[in-house]
Ligand binder design. Structure first.
Ligand code: PLP
Length: 394
């Protein structure tokens, strides 16, 4: 294997790539399970999973075999033709979504899935207004950026964002009731605000959004890009609240690592998207669809959704048991857990301490250590982080 030094990779990166990411000085040659192997010769326990993507970890033997077999047969064919693998994956998605939500349109990323969902909602309702939560994150394309209620992401791109968007505080039932009206096409919400610091709100909020949307004829769009496909201990995060939205968007974990996105809804809502309204060259091609089928099959076979719920509950219990003024809150569902620290400095210290000790964690929203590991994580791996956190804060 061509193992370059970190310095060489860094030099090439700064010479040939856009400098739009704040990258750590780390690069990896390969991974196995929850472990990443670095160009620095070290092993790292990965609790980031490519930002909630690698649900099966790295190089899962069955997933790898399915993807390799598909590569050998056919990677891509156009949506001008029937695509068997795409229909197979849509059928699998129908098997894990609430009943009646059995029509899927494929995209290539989370932002694109959200873009397609909003286009669908606008066409279905014949209305133009989209409401979403402050501090949410829905992606970086024009419409998904418009729905992202955070100035830091929208700043300098205002010309691309129309006046179609409005924002309510996440969890504010009264504001939602006040804002949704006869011009509202969609209310887009995350079940747990991932990028926004693993923020959670009571079930009552989602029930209110559901009721108000039904009442006013708007569509409830659930952005499950980060929370979907088992992450929260249910197939979809919104299932933790007993609410069924009109449209679900997903991406990240769906393909087990390949770029994929999807919009799932009812036959009735999907029917407005006739030929010519929306589409993408790569969306749901045989390769990513085969990867998606393998991901869902393996998750079912290995019981990873239940594992996520059970391990997440125990982990949060352990973390809440650490008594330190530096830990302000521990929250989440399943294996999306946010440990809110007393300051950005503490969060960054925890991240650095973990990395020095061979564990990768992500810090989001300034002071929140976000744990979004592969769903195959085992107990000793979970405990390794808990011990390091204790050492870092006590
Ligand atoms: C909830 C949510 N929606 C949308 C996106 C955008 O997805 P992508 O980066 O695949 O475009 C993200 C990415 O982090 C996300 O967390």
């Amino acid at each position: 294997m061509n193992q370059m030094s970190i310095e060489e990779i860094k030099e090439k990166t700064s010479k040939y790539l856009f400098q739009n990411y704040g990258r750590a000085d780390l690069a990896f040659t390969h991974g196995k399970g929850c472990i990443l192997y670095g160009h620095d010769g070290r092993e790292y326990l990965d609790l980031v999973a490519g930002i909630a993507v690698n649900a099966l970890g790295y190089a899962h033997p069955e997933w790898t075999a399915a993807v390799q077999a598909q590569v050998g047969r056919m990677v891509h064919v156009s949506n001008l033709f029937l695509v068997k693998e795409q229909a197979d994956l849509a059928e699998r998605i129908a098997s894990i979504t609430p009943s009646g939500m059995d029509r899927t349109l494929f995209a290539n990323s989370g932002a694109e899935a959200n873009e397609g969902a909003l286009k669908t909602a606008v066409r279905y309702t014949g209305r133009g207004k989209v409401l979403s939560a402050l501090n949410g994150f829905h992606g970086r394309t024009s419409a998904s950026l418009g729905a992202t209620g955070q100035e830091k992401y929208q700043k300098s791109f205002e010309p691309l964002i129309s006046g179609a968007y409005g924002y309510f505080p996440f969890g504010d039932c009264e504001k939602v009731k006040e804002m949704v009206d006869g011009d509202t096409a969609a209310v887009m919400v995350e079940p747990v605000q991932g990028e926004g610091g693993v923020r959670t709100v009571p079930a009552e909020f989602f029930k209110t959004v559901r009721d108000v949307c039904t009442d006013k004829g708007a569509l409830m769009v659930c952005d499950e890009v980060q929370t979907g496909i088992g992450r929260t201990g249910e197939w979809y995060g919104i299932q933790n609240f007993g609410v069924v939205p009109d449209i679900i968007t997903m991406a990240k974990a769906l393909g087990g690592g390949v770029p994929i996105g999807a919009i799932t809804t009812t036959a009735e809502i999907s029917s407005v998207m006739v030929p010519g309204t929306h589409g993408t060259t790569f969306g749901g091609n045989p390769l990513v669809s085969a990867a998606g089928c393998a991901t869902i099959d393996i998750m079912k076979k290995e019981g990873l959704v239940a594992h996520s719920k059970e391990m997440g509950a125990r982990w949060m219990n352990d973390l809440r048991g650490i008594s330190s003024p530096k830990i302000k809150d521990v929250r989440g569902y399943g294996l999306i857990i946010g440990v809110e620290m007393d300051s950005a400095e503490t969060a960054s210290h925890v991240q650095k301490y973990c990395r020095e000790n061979g564990v990768l964690v992500n810090v989001c929203h300034g002071n929140v250590v976000r744990l979004i590991p592969p769903l195959i994580l085992n107990d000793s791996q979970k405990d390794r982080f808990t011990s390091l956190l204790k050492e870092a804060v006590l």
